[in-house]
Ligand binder design. Structure first.
Ligand code: ADP
Length: 438
């Protein structure tokens, strides 16, 4: 094991050169001359080693320094050790940077590193994508040259980063910027796409506006009549009419609240485990009676049901789905319309279909029908007690059963609402091949 250079070693080396010269000098009586020669020899040897070291430092590309002897050996070895230590540290640092970068790449947010003057020096791929940076071309650019939004430049210049800044970029995306100082003279900017959150906020406030609007109309009617009743201005047939209108309006509010509760229950329901058997044929038989009552005999209603076709699912949700579709075909079609409800096996699964030969729905409305509160003819639909929530309920209930509502309609020809419960949710497939009964 080599040790560092010490005074002792240097003295030994000096003796190594001087003692033989001294002895020989005494022998031949030329002590001074031989001591001078030995000093030159020592000097020459050190020069030689210095040149070796310089050549290795400047020209040689090998990692190991040249072998050294005597007092030079610990120096060469010390240099070698230092180099090894540096290499190890560099490797550790490279690994650390790699880890940091791959960590920053897998973050769900964009990350941008810049100097406190705004000079960009690193960003992850998500930031490049969200902010449309070209990398590495934009490396070293000033951030304000790349993000030309007055609010952003004001935010950066104010140096007040307590609150995040949200901007709508030219790409129409809403991006939230959070800047925080880190290390000395450097800034870390986190960018997040908050477009969906914004849209959700928008649809939530839309939803509340719709609910308030839907409730306000019947409430105004009720209030008006109540005031008149209070003033005793309503007498005779007017009073009877007022009471029946008030009853109708309160029924409307009750039905709206009921539908809102159903929708929120279905939306909030966790993923169903779908192990409950649902007897759809029995459900449809009851629904047939209810539809006939609702129609008051004004429609021709035909039910074609595969009596043994049961499915796994959630009874309440499936009842909401099928009843909304059947009631709609009665509510939204005129007298004399033929309505056909079919529950049958198909190659894709258990198919439910309600078709009518009513007035139909024009094509521009079809994609909006499952939106909450969407009605084709608002005035007409309100008269029939519709809230515009029925098909939204159907859509959500079906999505919990891996099914989708398809709507086909032609003006003047009628409408068809179809969904198919997948084969894996059908109970005892052998029994389902029974013929359909009318
Ligand atoms: P509503 O409570 O008004 O029935 P829905 O969400 O159930 O709300 O239906 C949305 C709209 O779709 C209805 O207002 C109606 O205009 C239209 N619609 C639904 N079913 C039919 C149908 N069978 N024929 C014609 N229009 C329909």
């Amino acid at each position: 094991m080599l040790e560092r250079l010490s005074w002792k070693k240097l003295a030994v080396e000096l003796l190594f050169f001087c003692v033989p010269a001294l002895l020989l000098g005494l022998l031949i009586d030329h002590v001074l001359l031989l001591l001078l020669l030995s000093t030159f020899a020592a000097l020459g040897w050190h020069f030689y080693n210095l040149l070796k070291l310089s050549k290795w430092l400047w020209l040689d590309r090998s990692i190991t320094p040249p072998p050294g002897n005597g007092t030079w050996e610990p120096l060469f070895y010390g240099l070698y050790q230092m180099q090894q230590r540096n290499r190890r540290r560099r490797r550790e640092l490279t690994l650390l940077i790699k880890r940091f970068r791959s960590g920053a790449e897998s973050l769900p947010d964009g990350v941008v590193l810049m100097t406190d003057e705004g000079q960009l020096f690193w960003c992850n791929r998500l930031a490049q994508h969200l902010l449309s940076f070209r990398w590495p071309e934009d490396n070293g650019q000033h951030i304000l040259n790349l993000l030309r939004y007055p609010e952003f430049s004001h935010y950066l210049k104010s140096q007040n980063f307590e609150r995040p800044l949200t901007l709508q970029l030219n790409s129409d995306r809403y991006i939230e910027f959070r800047i925080m100082p880190y290390s000395i003279g450097q800034l870390l900017m986190v960018v997040r796409d908050v477009t969906v959150m914004r849209q959700m906020d928008g649809s939530r406030s839309n939803f509340f506006a719709n609910v308030s609007h839907e409730l306000r109309t019947p409430l105004t009617v009720l209030q008006g009549y109540l005031e008149m009743l209070n003033d005793d201005t309503l007498v005779g047939p007017m009073r009877t009419k007022a009471l029946s209108t008030m009853q109708e309006q309160s029924r409307r509010m009750e039905s709206l609240v009921q539908q809102l509760l159903t929708l929120s229950r279905i939306e909030a329901a966790p993923t169903l485990d779908l192990t409950e058997q649902v007897d759809i044929p029995a459900m449809l038989r009851m629904l047939q009676q209810e539809a006939i009552t609702l129609s008051g005999g004004c429609h021709r209603i035909v039910f074609r049901i595969n009596e043994s076709l049961k499915v796994y699912g959630n009874e309440e949700q499936l009842r909401s789905a099928v009843s909304n579709l059947v009631y709609n075909s009665v509510k939204h079609t005129p007298e004399g319309t033929t309505i056909e409800v079919c529950w049958q096996r198909t190659a894709g699964g258990a198919q439910f279909q309600v078709s009518d030969n009513g007035p139909g729905i024009s094509s521009e409305h079809l994609i909006h029908l499952t939106e909450r509160f969407y009605r084709v003819d608002k005035a007409r639909s309100r008269n029939t007690g519709g809230s515009g929530l029925g098909l939204a309920i159907v859509k959500h209930a079906l999505s919990h059963h891996d099914a989708r509502l398809d709507i086909f309609s032609d003006i003047g020809l009628g409408s068809r609402f179809v969904f198919t419960i997948p084969n894996r949710l059908i109970v005892d497939m052998k029994l389902t091949e029974n013929p359909i009964t009318d």
